[in-house]
Design a protein around this ligand. Structure first.
Ligand code: ADP
Ligand code: MG
Length: 701
C-alpha cells in the first residue's frame, strides 16, 4: 500500500527542479510529494469576501479588493526602481507596488481595467499600499480546484527569493493534487470512519489545502487532527499493553520487618490520606507481577520523598536493592541526608554516589552494590554509568523527572535483564492533556493533599519603588528568627551578565543587612560544588539569615525555617519555575510569604503569570495556565516527546478531540491488542510506517 507517488522526490514535481528542491529540503524539511502534502496551511483567507478600500485597517492581514487601475508610474533610480499602480474603488485609493519584474507587470497591466487584487496592505509614506499583490481579472470561470478559500502557507526569506512564497507553495501543492496519480491511502478503518463520521483521507487532504467550503475545511481539519492524535494514542496504548505482557516485573509480595519497623517506630507523623492511597496504588503494582512504570505527581512539599522511601523499604523487605536518582548534586545529597536521617537505627545501608565521589569511595560503593551489602543507592546521573552494577536492583526512583532526558532513562533500563520497577516523581504538575500525550504509557498517582498544619503561602506582587518596604519586611522576619531566600533570574544570554546581576543584588542586600549584624549567603551555578554545599549548609544550620541565589535552589532543597521567598525580576521566570521557587518556603509550621518583584513595564503574558501566582497555590491550576500561555512546545520535557512534531492538532485547543482519540485508541487495543485482526490491517500498517519514520523511544517514556 506504500504509494510510490507520495514517495516521489519533490524535485520531480512540476515547478520545482533541483535548486528549489534543495531549498525545500533545507528550509522546510520537505523531501517528497507526501511531505509537501502534510505541510498544511497555517491559515486561510476567504476569497469570496471583498474589502472596500476605505475599510482597510492596519491589522496586518490579507485583504481582497476589486478596483480599477487609475495611474501607473515608475519611480526611483535605475538601480532601485519601483512600479506604482494606483487603483481605486468607489470608496478610495490604494497603491500597488512592485520592486521586481517591473517590465513584465508593465506589459500586463491595463489602465482602466478592473482587477481582483489580493495581498497584505501596509502603510508607507502615509499611504496604504500593497507590495507584489496577486492580480486577476474578475472572472466567473470555474477552477478545477476551488480557490474560494485560499490557503496561506508559512514560507521563509530564502524560499520567497526563489518564488516560493505562500502562493508559490500553494501552486506546488495544487500540482500534486491535480496529478492523475494522486491518491491518499486511507489510514483509518471503515468502521472508524463510519462510526465517527469522519471524511475520507483523500477528501481531507484536498480540502485542507483548497477547501471547497468552510464546512468542508472544518471536516478536513477534524479528520486530520483526529488521525494525528489517534495514532499517538494508539502507539501509547500498544506500548502499554506490550510492556504489561513482555515485561514481567519483580514480584514484591511481602511487607515485612523494614516497612513495619519504620512505619511504627521511626515515622514521627501520620501519613496523609493521599500518601496512604498512593502507597496502596504502588503496592498493587509491585505485587502484580508486571513491571511498574508509575508517575507520582504532587506539589512541592506534599511528601513524595517519604512515599519513595516507603517504596524502597518494600523492595528491601523483598530482598531487592533500590536506587534514587536526583537531577543535581545538592538534591541528591539532601535526599541522602534526609533518608539516612529517617532510617537511623534501622539496619539499612544507604550510600551516596555523585560525580564528586572520590575514587576509593566509589570503588567501595561499586563493590557493595555488587555483593549486595548496599541496600539503597542515592545519587545523580553518576549512578547510571556503565560500571555501576547492582546485585539485585528491583526499583528505580527518579526525582524531578523533567530534568532527565528520555534517553538517559532508557539507559537505566537497559542495565538489567529483568526490568526494575520505575517510580518517577515530579513536583511540576502536568496538565492532564499533556500527561495523556507525553506519558500515556505511564500510570499516574497524584498526591493532592498537603501534610497537616501547612498554611497556604501568601503571595504578593510588588514593584521596584516598594523595595524599601520589602527590606523592612525581611528585617522583621529575620528578627522573628526566620530565614529569607532572594532569587535572581538567569538571563543566560551571558554568564558574566548573570553573575553581575547577582553580585549587584548581593551587594545591595549586604548594604541594607551589614555583616556587623547579619550574614548573607550566596549560591550560584558557577561555584564549585564544595562551596555551594558549604553555603547551603550554613543556611541550613541557620548561620546565615539570607540566601541570595540563582535558580540553583529551584528544586527540592528543604529548609523548613525559611519563610520568605523574594523573586527578583519575576517577569523573567516561567510560571512553573515561579511555582517551584515558591515551594522552597512554606515547609515549616510558620506562615510563609512569596514576594514577586518586577518593574512596572510588563508584557501581557508576564502580567498573567504573576497574577496567576498571586491568585493560587494550586500546582495543577498553574500548570494548566502555563500550558495555555506557552503551548506545549516550551514546557519542560516536551522537546523529545514528539508532540513538538504535531502538524495540525493542538493539545490545548483540541482537548476534546484528544480525549476522544484516546478513548477510541484504547478501545481498539483492548479488542485487538496486537492489531492482528484482518479489519485492523490498515491501522497496523500505518503504525508500522510511522514507526519506521520515528525513533521509538522505548518503554520508559
Ligand atoms: P516533596 O518531595 O513532595 O517535595 P517531601 O517528601 O520533601 O515533599 O516532604 C516535605 C516535608 O514534609 C518533609 O520535611 C517531610 O518530612 C514532611 N512530611 C512528609 N509527609 C508528611 C506527613 N504526612 N505529615 C507531616 N509531615 C510530612
Ligand atoms: Mg522533593
Amino acid at each position: 500500500m506504500i504509494s510510490s507517488f507520495l514517495e516521489t522526490p519533490v524535485e520531480f514535481l512540476k515547478g520545482v527542479g533541483p535548486s528549489r528542491a534543495l531549498l525545500l529540503n533545507k528550509e522546510l524539511n520537505i523531501h517528497t510529494f507526501g511531505d509537501l502534502l502534510t505541510f498544511f496551511p497555517f491559515r486561510y483567507v476567504d476569497r469570496s469576501k471583498f474589502y472596500q478600500i476605505s475599510d482597510i485597517r492596519d491589522d496586518n492581514s490579507f485583504v481582497q479588493i476589486k478596483a480599477k487601475v487609475v495611474h501607473i508610474q515608475t519611480l526611483g533610480t535605475a538601480y532601485h526602481q519601483r512600479l506604482v499602480a494606483t487603483v481605486r474603488d468607489s470608496t478610495g485609493e490604494i497603491d500597488l507596488v512592485w520592486f521586481q519584474g517591473i517590465k513584465w507587470v508593465l506589459d500586463m497591466l491595463s489602465p482602466q481595467q478592473e482587477y481582483v487584487i489580493f495581498g497584505k496592505p501596509t502603510v508607507f509614506n502615509g499611504r496604504w499600499n500593497i507590495s507584489h499583490p496577486d492580480l486577476e481579472i474578475p472572472t466567473t470561470l470555474a477552477l478545477p480546484i476551488s480557490e474560494t478559500i485560499r490557503p496561506i502557507y508559512n514560507s521563509t526569506e530564502k524560499l520567497k527569493s526563489k518564488g516560493l512564497d505562500y502562493k508559490g507553495i500553494g501552486k506546488l501543492v495544487r500540482n500534486i493534487l491535480l496529478n492523475d496519480k494522486f491518491v491518499m491511502p486511507e489510514s483509518l478503518t471503515h468502521e472508524l470512519l463510519q462510526g465517527l463520521r469522519l471524511i475520507n483521507r483523500q477528501d481531507a487532504f484536498v480540502n485542507i489545502h483548497f477547501p471547497q467550503s468552510p464546512e468542508l475545511l472544518k471536516k478536513a481539519q477534524t479528520r486530520l487532527k483526529f488521525e494525528e492524535l489517534f495514532y499517538i494514542q494508539l502507539r501509547l496504548a500498544r506500548q502499554r499493553y506490550g510492556r504489561l505482557q513482555k515485561h514481567a516485573g519483580h514480584k514484591f509480595l511481602r511487607v515485612g520487618e523494614y516497612v513495619n519497623q519504620f512505619y511504627h517506630h521511626h515515622l514521627t507523623f501520620e501519613l496523609t490520606n493521599a500518601q496512604k492511597r498512593v502507597i496502596k496504588e504502588i503496592r498493587a503494582d509491585l505485587g502484580s507481577g508486571n513491571q511498574m512504570n508509575r508517575l507520582l505527581q504532587g506539589d512541592v512539599g506534599s511528601g513524595k520523598t517519604l512515599v519513595a522511601l516507603m517504596t524502597m523499604l518494600i523492595g528491601l523487605d523483598n530482598e531487592y536493592q533500590s536506587c534514587l536518582m536526583a537531577p543535581t548534586e545538592i538534591l541528591a545529597r539532601q535526599h541522602y541526608n534526609t533518608i539516612s536521617g529517617m532510617l537511623t537505627g534501622l539496619d539499612v545501608v544507604v550510600r551516596l554516589l555523585t560525580g564528586s565521589t572520590k575514587k576509593a569511595e566509589r570503588l567501595g560503593i561499586h563493590e557493595g552494590l555488587q555483593n549486595g551489602t548496599i541496600h539503597l543507592l542515592i545519587g545523580t546521573h553518576a549512578l547510571i554509568e556503565e560500571n555501576v552494577v547492582f546485585r539485585r536492583l528491583g526499583l528505580v526512583v527518579i526525582d524531578e523527572q523533567h530534568r532527565f532526558g528520555v534517553a538517559q532513562r532508557a539507559k537505566l533500563w537497559e542495565k538489567n535483564v529483568v526490568t526494575p520497577h520505575i517510580l518517577v516523581m515530579t513536583a511540576t504538575p502536568i496538565p492532564r492533556t499533556l500527561a495523556m500525550t507525553l506519558y500515556g504509557d505511564l500510570d499516574t498517582s497524584v498526591i493532592d493533599e498537603m501534610p497537616p498544619g501547612r498554611k497556604p503561602i501568601v503571595t504578593k506582587h510588588l514593584y521596584e519603588p516598594q523595595r524599601g518596604k520589602v527590606f523592612s519586611f525581611i528585617l522583621e522576619k529575620i528578627l522573628e528568627g526566620r530565614q529569607i531566600y532572594i532569587v535572581f533570574p538567569l538571563i543566560q544570554e551571558s554568564e558574566t551578565l548573570d553573575l553581575k546581576n547577582l553580585s549587584d543584588g548581593y551587594e545591595a542586600i549586604v548594604r541594607v543587612f551589614p555583616p556587623s549584624r547579619f550574614s548573607v549567603s550566596m549560591v550560584h551555578g558557577k561555584m564549585k560544588q564544595a562551596e555551594k554545599d558549604r553555603e547551603m549548609q550554613r543556611f541550613l544550620d541557620k548561620e546565615t539569615q539570607i540566601m541570595v541565589a540563582t535558580t540553583v535552589i529551584e528544586v527540592g532543597v528543604d529548609v523548613p525555617n525559611a519563610s520568605v521567598m523574594v523573586i527578583e525580576n519575576a517577569e523573567r521566570f516561567g510560571l512553573s519555575q515561579l511555582h517551584q521557587l515558591r515551594g522552597r518556603v512554606g515547609r515549616g509550621g510558620d506562615q510563609s510569604f512569596c514576594i514577586l518583584m518586577s518593574s512596572y513595564e510588563l508584557s501581557a503574558e508576564a502580567r498573567k503569570r504573576i497574577s496567576t501566582m498571586v491568585r493560587t497555590n494550586d500546582g495543577f491550576e498553574i500548570a494548566e495556565t502555563d500550558l495555555q500561555l506557552r503551548g506545549p512546545g516550551d514546557l519542560q520535557g516536551t522537546q523529545q516527546s514528539g508532540i513538538m512534531d504535531l502538524r495540525i492538532a493542538d493539545i490545548v485547543k483540541d482537548e476534546k478531540i484528544l480525549k476522544y482519540a484516546r478513548s477510541v485508541a484504547s478501545e481498539v487495543i483492548s479488542k485487538d491488542p496486537t492489531l492482528s485482526k484482518k479489519e485492523n490491517d490498515i491501522l497496523a500498517h500505518h503504525l508500522r510506517n510511522m514507526d519506521k519514520k520515528q525513533q521509538n523511544w522505548g518503554l520508559i517514556s
